[in-house]
Design a protein around this ligand. Structure first.
Ligand code: UDP
Length: 243
């Protein structure tokens, strides 16, 4: 299946298992790779922000993070096989990584959260190796120290939880010097793993209402959610032009 483009952003047509296989290839290759899990909100932002769009289209793997991307791909005539969210991919990589001895580094979220997330992953996946953790509120003066710490820890997978698109910009600007085989933005996943934020129950996810659940939990998100109708409008306009 060839790549699909949603508002100019490349999305790779892979299942969750296919995405894990792709990441496994990246780790075997050993050279640096950037993984993006793209949701509708960021797809719309990148549509308006060429620098972000170029960065997404340069990434080595872009997955469909959420029902909005799947819906758009269908409307645009290039359907995708399934949703591959950041947290689902992270969990699936933890399963594969615990088996294969991959080293994980967790960078991001408030002080203490990445450690708690790491502890939870190690509890759920015995044998999983955590090469290091850092919180996501370092000053710019502290970043060179963080880079050195990550390089010294030599992780196979660097998980960056700074929220999108901050984490995507951060990865793109540091990937070459870090030389980690895989760097992936994971948004608020550390908060979910650490139990600070609840993920929507499966039935809410099935109804494609995860975004609403998150807004109710964190009302501050409502402004960001306004990107969704704009996203839908552009998709519908493009789909109409295609017909
Ligand atoms: N965050 C961070 N440093 C920052 C800004 C945000 O570590 O300078 C963290 C924040 O603590 C949270 C995550 O980034 O853990 C953002 O989560 P959110 O759910 O907003 O991201 P999304 O999943 O929507 O990309």
């Amino acid at each position: 299946m060839s790549s699909c483009y949603v508002l100019g952003n490349r999305v790779d047509p892979l299942t969750l298992a296919g995405a894990v296989a792709r990441v496994t290839e990246f780790i075997r290759a050993g050279t640096p790779h950037h993984v993006v899990t793209l949701n509708a909100e960021i797809a719309y932002r990148a549509y308006c922000e060429p620098e972000l769009q170029a960065l997404i289209n340069r990434a080595h793997l872009v997955t469909a993070d959420g029902a909005g991307i799947l819906w758009a791909a269908r409307k645009l005539g290039t359907p995708l096989p399934e949703r591959v969210t950041g947290i689902d991919l992270l969990q699936a990589l933890a399963v594969a990584g615990a088996r294969q001895g991959w080293r994980f580094y967790l960078y991001g979220a408030a002080p203490g959260v990445a450690e708690a997330a790491a502890a939870r992953l190690q509890k759920e996946h015995p044998g999983l190796v955590v090469a290091g953790t850092s919180h996501g509120y370092l000053s710019s003066r502290e970043i060179p120290g963080l880079i050195e710490a990550i390089k010294a820890a030599r992780p196979h997978i660097l998980l960056v939880g700074l929220g999108a698109p901050k984490q995507e910009y951060w990865i793109a600007s540091h990937l070459e010097e870090l030389q980690v085989p895989v760097a992936m933005g994971v948004g608020g996943s550390f908060d979910v793993l650490a139990g600070r934020v609840q993920r929507a129950p499966a039935w809410v996810q099935r109804l494609n209402l995860e975004w609403l659940y998150r807004v109710i939990q964190e009302p501050g998100r409502v402004k960001r959610t306004l990107a969704l109708p704009k996203f839908m409008l552009v998709v519908l306009r493009q789909a109409h032009k295609r017909d």
